[in-house]
Design a protein around this ligand. Sequence first.
Ligand SMILES: [Zn+2]
Length: 457
Amino acid sequence: MKKIRFFIALMAAKLARFLLKLLGRNASYLPGEVALKISKDFLGHLKLPETVICVTGTNGKTTVSNLLTSILAKNGYSVTNNSFGSNVQAGVAAALLADSNIFGKSKKDIAVLEVDERSSLLVYPYINPDYLVVNNIMRDSIKRNAHTGFIDYIISSALPEKTKLVLNGDDMITSNLAPQCKNRTYFGLDAEKPEVSEKPFLSDIVYCPECGALLESEYLRYNHIGRMYCPSCGKKSPERDYLCTDVDRENSTFTVSLKGKEHTFNLINDNIVNIFNFTGAIAILSEIGLSVSQIEKGFSQSEIVKSRFDTLKAGKLDVTFIMAKGQNPIACARCFSYAASIQKENKLLLIDIDDLHDNINESESTCWLYDCDYSYLADDSISEIIFTGPRCRDQLLRAVLAGVDKNKIILEPDVSKAVDLIDTEKYKDVIVLYELYRQPDADKMKIQIKNLGEGTK
Ligand SMILES: [Zn+2]
């Protein structure tokens, strides 16, 4: 009976997909939803590709899964992925059924599936991934994700023992996930080691996961990312099998020690968060058997997806667009830190990370602003900040509390008018930070800035 339901679900979903495509609509979610409505265990009946890699974690999963898909494709593998669709259960189902035949058998070599942390219990028990890559676990939208302990619990309880884990060894939460999975390997970053341990703005792990004593750190890079140890029971961050040992920003390369031998790769982007993402990607590609030269080739021909990081020249203006996820305090603070670090002086920031979209079905929460370290915006290299969007006054309050000079801040609630406030006589370097759900605004701003810089407006 279950089998019959599965085939009905598969046919209905394929029909839904066909019709959506015919109408020129997005088919990366709805067909999966149709399939799961008819057959709850739909994912369990599909005949999956020989290798199934899942990618999860709070920050970086889209970057890593896109990169893996692109590198595998460049090396001749056929890949199923949901990188341009939804990462919840229906999105995973939609991606897999799109690449399967009428019997539900995959036509691809490998599946690279980005999985939302909260979908773990609905996905992993059914697809039994061969590999799971986890970049980090940090606090995220409090309304959706609650606490990191909850996320740790659902990922850990969902995973079958056979899954090989590829984990960030510099994250004490991630490195302790799913102890039932004995087959595990770690990646991390040794280059650019901070000399003095910096007290983090906030930390998502304070106590030893083994004995409950207060953890101490050898050093921390940001939040709880770094090397930790327990003075009471001796537990410490694990040794890393894949270790980034050098980052050469001038020549855009980074070096990773793979099984004890060092190799240099093209550095696609020098944000520290991405250096972790890239090292994790190298680890999983090596684990599934790609040679160093295949991985090198992939890195030399890849770039970050333009929707997340983009640069443009508009007349005299050099403009950088960075997607900063609202409701996600640590990802957002990383973007602030990165924006402060690039282009050394006299720059203007235009920030559109308003989260009014959060208010569609319920009241929004602005509490995440206070979990996000705005003090990076007090950097001397930032001469002016334009906050835009209906919640720009909340942004101003938070920034001033973090030490940003109020005289440097301009408010413009109307996003369509914000670009007009850029003084092109005063500024050459402009950085635009925008929220994930405000991509349409960012696209419009790109056109407006181009016109402004080129004097065609
Ligand atoms: Zn301990």
